[in-house]
Design a protein around this ligand. Structure first.
Ligand code: HEC
Length: 140
């Protein structure tokens, strides 16, 4: 009887081990699944979702551009730091027709002689891109 019990336990253990082996068996597949799982969240993590980028762009525009270009982007004469400047209307058809990298360049390099600071040392490329996106919405 004792031996039989041992045998049963051994069999149960063997079954358990086999079951474990089976759960471990899909391991060759697991990396595939893992890759799949890792591949889908990765783009969302790397590139902000459109909603995030729009929110970021609006926030950054508000803090960095609005004093001069107004919340509408229409600009107009204003005095900043005691200096009268005339920020452009950045919502015109002419500005709208310009490619993103051109607008990006304006923001990155600014127009130091005319009173617009360069933002390339202040903002990250993704942040400038988000602002360009926001400028596009102002141009709608
Ligand atoms: C301190 C004021 C000031 C701030 C802040 C400022 N700008 Fe400007 N911006 C100007 C002025 C002035 C001009 C006109 C430059 C010129 O006529 O040469 C200009 C020109 C531009 C132009 C080019 C328009 C054209 O004629 O081609 C764009 C686009 C622009 N700004 C976007 C932005 C964005 C986006 C921000 C925020 C990241 C920003 N500006 C922040 C003052 C400012």
């Amino acid at each position: 009887m004792y031996k039989l019990k041992i045998a049963i336990i051994a069999a149960a253990l063997a079954l358990f081990a086999a079951a474990c082996g089976q759960t471990a068996a899909p391991t060759p597949n697991a990396p595939k699944n893992d890759n799949k799982a890792a591949a889908s969240p990765a783009p969302t993590a790397a590139a902000p979702t459109p909603v995030d980028e729009a929110a970021l762009g609006m926030k950054l525009y508000t803090t960095n551009c609005m004093t001069c270009h107004k919340d509408s982007g229409k600009g107009g004469k204003t005095t900043v730091d005691g200096k009268e400047i005339d920020p452009d209307d950045i919502t015109t058809a002419k500005q709208k027709a310009k490619p993103d990298d051109k607008i990006y360049g304006y923001i990155a390099d600014g127009f130091p002689d005319d009173g617009m600071p360069a933002f390339k040392d202040k903002l990250k490329p993704e942040e400038i891109k988000a602002i360009v996106k926001h400028v596009r919405t102002l141009q709608q």
